[in-house]
Design a protein around this ligand. Structure first.
Ligand code: P1T
Length: 379
């Protein structure tokens, strides 16, 4: 079955009572039981909810995983994944992740005895060099937010397999339409479903996709024990989103390539970070690992004043955090999404005060380009 067919049908059985073609929103907290110890497999809605379960089946199929569990946000999905570990365990992390991921690791989970090392995951050798006897997980974001570095998933997947270390990949930026990390050796895939999977900037959610019975059982246990579940309505919204994931991603990619090429030629733009450009340092790898480059682009304007000028003068592009929706969003990583990353580290990664990030939407690309061009003229 092809990807677009799976996106529309996996986990989406017509409702057994009415035949409703769309999975109903089971907005209930509990389920009446037939008698003591006799029920229909549903006891309490933190533990089981048919709308959430339909989405979970759908997302497991799209990533090629064994099972999936959905959460109230991308952050709670990542937090729950890290709860597979124990105090004393060591985790190797991509040095450039979403700022909220860095904040969760450094300012929350460190207090519970987990130890984190941040390395450049574009080279498997850097991961190898950071291994300790206590390393139990490698956590990769690829392409990275916002610099768009593409990790060596093949090399790192091989290394973690050989050593029996869990490889977790945050696949939020590419979505399973362009990248399926499990095919390259990932044991767990996480997403902020808030982004491309939902696709319409109207819900917050997350997912953990597992590849074996043991992790599935444990993540399911944690989902129920901790309780950071996605609501039935948000699950329904994400399901509606995944049905059009294939067509949306094709358009994000098409528009992304066009906008990146425009910025690359623009005299006011110093540098463009987009894996689809031939000069991107991992362009060849991106072509091998992924089937598209998507709609995320970052570009360097040279100064805070120049970045501010672009951000203040766009009219169609909305100045906003987040990404992956149908509308184009533009943001300033240094003060918005990555404000919780220390300034020296931001500087080392290239998250300068002049860096601007765009989540290219699926509007007519000529309109997006005209808007950016008009704003850049003001610099
Ligand atoms: O916002 P939430 O659904 O909790 O997802 C967190 C998250 C996890 N992983 C990646 C790669 C992300 O980009 C995010 C959230 N990112 C933004 C809000 C942003 O504007 O980059």
């Amino acid at each position: 079955m092809g990807f677009a067919t799976k996106a529309i049908h996996a986990g989406q059985e017509p409702d057994s009572t009415t035949g409703a073609i769309t999975t109903p929103i089971y907005q209930t907290s509990t389920y009446a039981q037939d008698g003591l110890g006799h029920h229909k497999g549903f006891e309490y809605a933190r533990t089981q909810n048919p709308t959430r379960m339909a989405l979970e089946k759908n997302l497991a199929a799209l990533e090629g995983g064994y099972a999936a569990h959905c959460f109230a946000s991308g952050m709670s999905a990542i937090d729950t994944t890290l709860k597979l570990l124990q105090a004393g365990d060591h985790v190797i992390v991509s040095e450039n992740t979403y700022g909220g991921t860095y904040r969760l690791f450094e300012r929350v989970l460190k207090n519970f005895g987990l130890d984190f090392s941040y390395v450049d995951t574009t080279e498997a050798a850097n991961v190898e060099a950071a291994l300790t006897g206590d390393t139990r997980m490698v956590f990769i974001e690829t392409p990275t937010n916002p610099i768009m570095a593409v990790a060596d998933l093949e090399g790192i997947g091989k290394l973690t397999r050989e050593r029996g270390i869990r490889l977790v990949v945050d696949n939020t930026f590419m979505s399973p339409f362009f990248l399926r990390p499990i095919e390259w050796g990932a044991d767990i895939v996480v997403h902020s479903t808030t982004k491309y999977l939902n696709g319409h900037s109207d819900s917050i959610g997350g997912v953990v996709v597992t590849t074996n019975a043991e992790d599935t059982e444990r993540v399911g246990f944690l989902q129920n024990a901790v309780g950071a579940i996605i609501s039935p309505f948000d699950a329904w919204l994400v399901m509606r989103g995944t049905k059009t994931l294939a067509v949306r991603m094709k358009q994000h990619d098409d528009n992304g390539r066009r906008v990146a090429a425009f910025l690359d030629e623009h005299p006011k733009v110093k540098k463009v970070y987009y894996p689809g450009l031939p000069q991107h340092p991992q362009h060849e790898r991106a072509k091998r690992l992924m089937t598209g480059f998507g709609g995320m682009i970052a570009f360097e304007t040279g100064s805070l004043a120049a970045a501010r000028s672009v951000l203040d003068n766009v009219r169609l592009c909305a100045l906003a955090e987040s990404l992956g929706g149908v509308e184009t969003l533009i943001s300033h990583p240094a003060t918005m999404t990555h404000a919780s990353v220390p300034s020296e580290q931001r500087a080392r990664l290239g998250i300068t005060d002049g860096l601007v990030r765009i989540s290219v939407g699926i509007e007519d690309v000529e309109d997006i380009i005209a808007d950016l061009d008009a704003a850049l003229q003001q610099v």
